[in-house]
Structures are given as C-alpha cells and as structure tokens.
Ligand binder design. Structure first.
Ligand SMILES: Nc1ncnc2c1ncn2[C@@H]1O[C@H](COP(=O)(O)OP(=O)(O)OP(=O)(O)O)[C@@H](O)[C@H]1O
Ligand SMILES: [Mg+2]
Length: 327
C-alpha cells in the first residue's frame, strides 16, 4: 500500500493517471492525448518499471501533439497501446467512476465488457464482435428501408447478431458471477448490507428478431439484444442508481473494484495494480478502517489523500506530492 498525499492541485491524480496510462494505454479521465501533455510542452512520456506476480516489466509510452503514440513493453515496440491491457491489469477508482452506478445503462455495459476482458481474457473480443455484426445488421435494415437492399441481405446478419449476442450475454453473466459474492461481502464490510449485482436482460432469439423485423426496418436499428441490457446494482432490493445516497454509491463502486481485484487474484493468481483516488474523503471513520483492512489483505494499491491522517493504517510507503515533485 502506497499513500500519495499533498494539497489540492498538487498532482496526485496526475500521478495515478500516469500509472494507469502506462499500464493500460488510456487515461481514466482525459479523452484526448493533448490533455495529458503539459500545457507548454510538445510531448509527454511515461516510463514504468514494475512487477505483476512473478513477472517484472517495463513500459515506455510517448504522447505527442501531432504524431501517433509510441509504446514499448519490455523494450519491444507495440503496434497499439491497447495491447498493454492484455499483459497488465490495473483497476481504478476515481470519483468520476461513480457514473458506473449513477449513470445510464451504457456506462454499466461498458464496465461489464471491460470486466469480461480482464476476468475472461479468452472472451475479450465478444463485445467488439457483437457490435460489428450489429452495425452491419443496422446498415442492412436501413438499406431495406431506403429500398437499396432486400431482406435477404439482412438475414445472415440477423443470424450473426443472435449467435454473437448469446455469447456476449453469457460472458457478461459469467464475469458478474465471478465478482458477485466478493462484491456483496466487500460492500457489507463497508457498511452497505445485502448488495447484489445482477445482469438485466435476455439474449434476443431469432424468433424475437423476426417478429419485430418490420419495426426494426422502419426505425433502422435493432431494437432488442445485449446492446440494450443493463446491470442491476442494488442493496436490500433498492436500485442504487435511483435510491442510493452519495456515500452508498461510492461504496458500491469501490466494492466493485475491490471485488474484481479479489476475483482476478483468485483466477489468475496475480494481484492487479489498484489505484484509489480520493476514496477516503467521503467515508466515515468505521468505513475507512474497514477499507484499510481490506487493502492490506490485497496488494499493489496506491491511494491518494490530502492528508496522511485520513488513512487509519500504516502504508508501506508514503509519498508527498507537490507541483512537479514527488518525495
Ligand atoms: N495538460 C496539463 N498541463 C499542465 N497542468 C495541467 C494539465 N492538466 C491538468 N493540469 C493541472 O495539474 C494540476 C494537478 O492536478 P491533479 O488533478 O493531479 O491534482 P490533485 O493533487 O489530484 O488535486 P485534488 O486533491 O484536488 O484532487 C491541476 O492544477 C491541473 O489544472
Ligand atoms: Mg485529485
């Protein structure tokens, strides 16, 4: 456990962002590379040295304002920074991640699809394959609507959407099953009783899609399937999206992160890097102590706080962050 402390604006989140970027190839907050390059600079670089399980690794990532990224893992150039995610796993909690509970279904679908890629790497492409087939089917439906193509052209895509949709739903259900009990336990230890995680949706069958074919043609989109599903996150039967307090929503997201870390450890025997930004600020004393105990059980956790006193535990390392300097 490493604690980063320093005043507001010192650069704590910045440092976590660099750890995430250098291990996963994307930032948990910035949308564009230019946002991560220092205002007056032309380029940014993140070089990391670390270990995951028994594997030591180095990564080196360079962002520039005008050229594409350059990324290396263990001295070998990678064709895309997305490939880092296949080798290294980092989980992050930031206050923005509350959207996983508070936001719309699309945010939860994106979350569960990323969890599938981490927990069930063999099925990492399920979401992308389904989305590609769905895009083709929707284009076909619009072709029929405008009279440019026939229903025959849609049929093979309907078949693909059904098969790939079933596989995607199964992968999502399986991934959620791997974290559900640790989620309930972790949330319980953090004071949120009877928390549950359920997949909400059934795969669309060929019959269902054929029954709604004329409607789908009229709208130009496929109106049933896993691209419309959701994940229900509840506590004691209350939907936390609608009825959760700010603190409860925070605990739920935090429990999701810690539960997935435990599931990854159990499945792959390797602890992911866990980055917890600003988790302590809104938790009361009891919850902070529970969190500190849980973090100690796992490993490779970096957390930020504005004051060292916020953490009721002794971190392995304490780093003080000031603008442009880490001590
Ligand atoms: N591209 C950039 N170039 C230079 N400075 C930037 C850039 N992007 C953000 N900053 C600034 O970096 C500073 C550090 O931000 P950061 O979010 O890391 O602070 P923090 O220590 O996490 O603060 P808090 O405790 O408030 O969360 C901010 O003042 C921010 O405006
Ligand atoms: Mg911050």
């Amino acid at each position: 456990m490493v604690l980063l402390h320093g005043p507001n604006g010192a650069g704590k989140t910045n440092l976590l962002e660099a750890l995430h970027l250098g291990t996963q190839g994307f930032s948990p907050r910035a949308r564009r590379d230019a946002q991560m390059i220092r205002f007056d600079a032309e380029a940014a670089r993140v070089r990391l040295r670390g270990g995951q399980g028994d594997n030591a690794f180095t990564t080196d990532l360079v962002l520039t304002r005008h050229d594409s990224r350059r990324v290396e893992l263990n001295g070998e150039r990678l064709s895309s920074s997305d490939l880092l995610r296949r080798e290294l796993t980092t989980l992050v909690f930031t206050p923005d991640r509350l959207a996983v509970v508070k936001g719309g279904p699309a945010t939860r679908r994106a979350y569960v699809d990323r969890a599938v890629a981490r927990l069930l790497p063999a099925r990492a492409s399920a979401a992308g394959e389904y989305a590609a087939a769905l895009g083709q089917r929707n284009a076909g439906l619009r072709g029929v609507r405008s009279g440019h193509s026939s229903l025959d052209a849609v049929a093979p895509w309907t078949e693909a959407v059904v098969t790939l949709g079933e596989a995607l739903v199964r992968a999502r259900v399986d991934a959620l099953e791997l974290v559900a009990s640790a989620f309930a336990q972790t949330a319980g230890e953090l004071g949120l009783a009877d928390a549950t995680l359920d997949y909400d949706g059934e795969p669309a069958s060929a019959e269902e899609l054929s029954a709604r074919l004329s409607l789908d043609v009229e709208r130009g989109v496929t109106g049933a399937g896993p691209h419309l599903h959701d994940v229900r996150i509840e506590a004691g039967g209350r939907d936390l999206r609608v009825f959760g307090s700010q603190g409860e929503q925070r605990v739920a997201v935090l429990a999701l992160v810690l539960a997935e870390a435990a599931a990854l450890r159990a499945r792959h025997g390797v602890s992911p890097l866990v980055l917890l930004d600003d988790v302590l600020s809104e938790l009361d004393g009891d919850r902070r102590r529970s969190l500190a105990r849980m973090i100690e059980r796992g490993s490779q956790t970096v957390l930020t706080a504005t004051a060292t006193a916020a953490l009721p535990a002794e971190p392995a390392q304490t780093l003080s962050v000031a603008p442009g300097e880490v001590r």
